[in-house]
Ligand binder design. Structure first.
Ligand code: HPA
Ligand code: ZN
Length: 334
């Protein structure tokens, strides 16, 4: 099973690039940039990764991002992720970034966008991995701040496939961001949103109806509303599920209780992703394997999940057909 999962051609659709900052790189960049860290060692950082909920993680995650300062830092961060993703046979990745985490510290779009562009070009050329960028608005900040961020990003729209919504979910409903999403979609950007991770099922509904979200990130709370599960299945809306994240943030403290297999069996387009792999103890291959072991997923179910990822990606028809053919070839050889 490990070899089967390892070789499965994968698409990753829920990955925060700031969440791929491994403690070793955190220390290296802190030293390079003269940034003081509140930790004495890599071990101490890892020991601090005991989360009780989403907010307890976000506090440490935003603190860690403070070491990212130069174009080279953002390049190194993204290149390290893409090299690691290649080892899991990730063939296409749609990566989130949180511009407000950086602009609030005085690091502007030209700095991180240049680092990202070079890493993506190198990944295409040296690893054969295609990538997209999705810009997330921080939902604990205001709708006006999201609008300002969207305008700052406008010169870079050619490099951004879509917008997303992340950070603390409870008390920060999709309604706050209707204008930012409407304007983004008018400019031709695609839309996704985190919803139903810690928040209620109506945040999933409102993300679809008010923000025009085409995929839902996490979305596991849909199961609380029968009609919503039926709607997601009928409309083919993908959920970008992140099993190890859900376990670490106590959404499903025991992975054996995770609902992804039930939802899959009910026809919901489930995908498996890593969210913030440096913080949650595993990259996408680890997430596939952990879910397989905890829930007894079959090869056919794993193949469906991989296929769902290809189908739900914001790919052009040519690349989508290429990846589907690659997957079917792999399964036929199985
Ligand atoms: N949820 C909300 N915000 C986030 C997450 C998440 O899983 N990861 C990084 N920012
Ligand atoms: Zn996420």
């Amino acid at each position: 099973m490990e070899a089967f999962v390892g070789g499965l051609p994968k698409v990753e659709l829920h990955l925060h690039i700031e969440g791929t900052l491994e403690p070793e790189m955190m220390f290296r960049l802190a030293e390079r940039n003269g940034v003081a860290l509140p930790f004495a060692s890599v071990d101490e950082v890892r020991r601090a990764y005991e989360f009780t909920d989403l907010q307890s993680f976000l506090d440490i995650y935003y603190q860690g991002a403070a070491v990212l300062r130069t174009e080279a830092d953002f390049y190194d961060l993204m290149w390290a992720y893409l090299e690691r993703a290649a080892a899991d046979n990730v063939r296409h990745a749609e990566m989130f970034f949180d511009p407000q985490t950086h602009t609030e510290r005085g690091i502007g779009f030209p700095v991180f966008m240049a680092g990202f562009a070079q890493a993506r070009a190198d990944a295409r050329e040296r690893l054969g991995i295609t990538t997209h960028l999705i810009m997330c608005f921080l939902r604990h900040l205001s709708g006006e701040a999201a609008l300002d961020t969207l305008e700052e990003a406008r010169p870079f729209f050619g490099e951004i496939i879509g917008v997303g919504l992340d950070s603390g979910e409870r008390g920060n409903p999709p309604q706050k961001f209707v204008e930012a999403f409407t304007r983004a979609r008018k400019a031709g950007l695609r839309a996704v949103a985190h919803a139903g991770e810690e928040g209620p099922p109506e945040y999933i509904r409102d993300s679809l109806d008010l923000l025009g979200a085409e995929r839902i990130d996490h979305g596991v709370a849909c199961e609380q509303e029968e009609a919503l599960v039926e709607r997601l299945a009928a409309e083919g809306i993908a959920l970008t599920v992140c099993p190890l994240s859900n376990m670490k943030l106590q959404v499903f403290p025991d992975l054996r209780d995770h609902n992804l297999r039930r939802l899959l069996q009910r026809g919901v387009r489930i995908t498996i992703n890593s969210d913030d792999p440096a913080y949650f103890g595993g990259y996408v291959g680890d997430n596939y394997l952990a879910a397989q072991r905890a829930l007894g997923l079959t090869r056919e179910e794993l193949a469906t999940i991989a296929r769902n990822g290809i189908e739900a990606a914001f790919l052009d028809d040519g690349r989508r057909a290429e990846l589907l053919a690659e997957l079917e070839g792999y399964l036929a050889r199985g």
